[in-house]
Design a binder for this molecule. Structure first.
Ligand SMILES: C[S@@+](CC[C@H](N)C(=O)[O-])C[C@H]1O[C@@H](n2cnc3c(N)ncnc32)[C@H](O)[C@@H]1O
Length: 280
């Protein structure tokens, strides 16, 4: 396991993922019943901007740094930016970029719960230390795919599951499609959000084809391509596959994507979409 998210924290792909995550949680928490947030690949919750890795790659400069000052962001982006400012800005400067556990906990209510899985011991220790005063969060130092089987369905019977693996091996896409189909079979009413990379030359379309043919209904695809890196394997875009997304999230994200695309890809560049892979 070589992957360290600190190199990528706050990049355009994190921005897309976290806008979608917060918007989905905001809609799911409108119902009074308690909710479980399960993060299968949680990372460390807080990424100091001054960290050597974050500065060396500098990816946040083409991501969160392009948006932070914006006053005209559409509602779901404005909400995400307010959370990033509250969690990471000090003295008017971005000191740390919040990871998915921190953003999710900021969006959850007092009676909700977060189960956060992180396999890499150093990252898990950092996550535990960051959340030591957070009674709603439980850190599990374990494989996130195994946790899907162990922790679902939850007693709450309501959950948003973020599946955000590092895609270090070519088998990850295959493992992922199988995992989504299997977990949906056991807990069909859960909401799932699966992040995936879109590499130079196009995404792994077999992953989406496999899910489209799986029989699972209500699958929404949200994608943003910035086309900045043409090197082989370079990250040119990112997507989220959402199973059972909350009501009207598709319209809300669809309306916000052109604004994000213009900021993150540059005027007249890139592509974006929020479209149903499999409808109702
Ligand atoms: C893309 S990062 C997570 C970013 C985080 N979800 C966020 O949005 O802030 C992927 C994380 O998964 C961890 N990881 C890798 N393999 C794992 C596995 N099999 N189970 C759980 N965590 C794993 C890595 O150490 C890394 O911290």
């Amino acid at each position: 396991m070589n992957y360290r998210h600190a190199y990528h924290a706050g990049n355009f792909a994190d921005v897309l993922k976290h806008v979608v995550l917060v918007a989905a949680l905001d809609r799911l928490t409108q119902k009074p019943a308690p909710l479980l947030y399960l993060d299968t690949h949680a990372g460390r919750a807080r990424y100091p901007i001054a960290a050597i890795e974050t500065q060396r790659a500098g990816e946040y400069r083409h991501g969160i740094a392009r948006l932070l000052e914006a006053a005209d962001a559409p509602p779901p982006v404005a909400r995400y930016l307010a959370l990033v400012r509250a969690l990471g800005v000090e003295d008017g400067k971005l000191k740390a970029y919040p990871g998915s556990p921190a953003l999710a906990l900021a969006a959850l209510r007092a009676g909700d719960r977060a189960a956060l899985c992180e396999l890499e011991p150093g990252e898990a220790a950092a996550l535990r230390s960051e959340l030591k005063r957070e009674p709603r969060a439980q850190v599990h130092e374990r494989d996130g795919f195994e946790a899907l089987g162990a922790l679902l369905p939850p007693p709450e019977r309501r959950a948003l599951v973020l599946i955000d693996p590092p895609y270090e091996s070519p088998q990850e896409f295959e493992r992922l499609a199988d995992a989504v189909v299997e977990v949906h079979r056991r807990f069909a009413t859960g909401s799932y959000a699966v992040w995936y990379p879109i590499k130079a030359g196009g995404g792994d379309t077999r992953f989406l084809q496999r899910l489209a043919a799986s029989g699972v209904r209500r699958q929404l695809v949200v994608e943003l391509t910035v086309e900045r890196d043409d090197s082989p394997g370079g990250l040119n875009g990112a997507g989220l596959l959402l199973v059972n997304p909350p009501w009207q999230l598709d319209a809300e994200l669809g309306a916000a994507l052109p604004w994000l695309q213009a900021r993150l890809a540059g005027p007249g560049r890139g592509r974006s979409r929020a479209s149903w892979l499999v409808p109702e």
